[in-house]
Design a binder for this molecule. Sequence first.
Ligand code: UDP
Length: 239
Amino acid sequence: MTAATRFKRVLLKVSGEALMGRQGFGIDVAVADRIAADIAEARALGTEVSVVIGGGNIFRGVGVASKGGDRVTGDHMGMLATVINALALRTSLTKLGIEAIVLSAIAMPQICESFSQRVALAHAEAGRVVIFAGGTGNPFFTTDTAAALRAAEMGASALFKGTQVDGIYSEDPKLNPHAERFEQLTHDEVLQRGLAVMDVAAVALARENHIPIVVFSIHEGGGFAKILAGGGRSTFVSD
Ligand code: UDP
């Protein structure tokens, strides 16, 4: 099966942490440019790509709550952070001559269009990279859950989750070098073993909608396209 048939349309989840590169905070433009180049490579294989972007490089709601602040306000701040990242990724894609559109779950018409499934599908069908900002638009959720939700709404054939390492491990391989790496798992196994790759809501939503999750390293330039082409390193989570 070629990438074009196996992965006609995919949803890529990029965490805020990935955009930060080696900096402690914010956006490393060189990293955003490299991720944009990875998306360009994937498109060249005939795969339609849309993106859900995180915000953890700028703000996380739980951080506010843990310091005695209001969780809902903190989550609003986190969702705004994802919009900043989305604008950065759109800029990087535009530099490569790729048309990209930011759709936010929270209306901010002076900055970007608002999300609706109809608008998102129309942009994707017109060949644009759709970047989903604002998470789900609700507090107490994560952008991982937003990624599973948008993957279902877009009819994506897979959810690609770019992480710090090249797949799912039994434990954090940076803390335990002997951690077991999995090639393939089911959604149920991820949930039952409590593997900390995505939150439970995200994995459950992907399971209910029979959407495979492909976990790979966002730091390996070209890694995304390699997997689409049938190679590369990843953990494949399916029914
Ligand atoms: N967030 C939220 N609802 C959502 C998605 C995100 O409230 O549907 C907030 C939440 O505070 C979260 C922050 O936005 O901590 C940034 O998102 P996330 O932590 O998922 O980003 P990532 O870890 O992928 O960088």
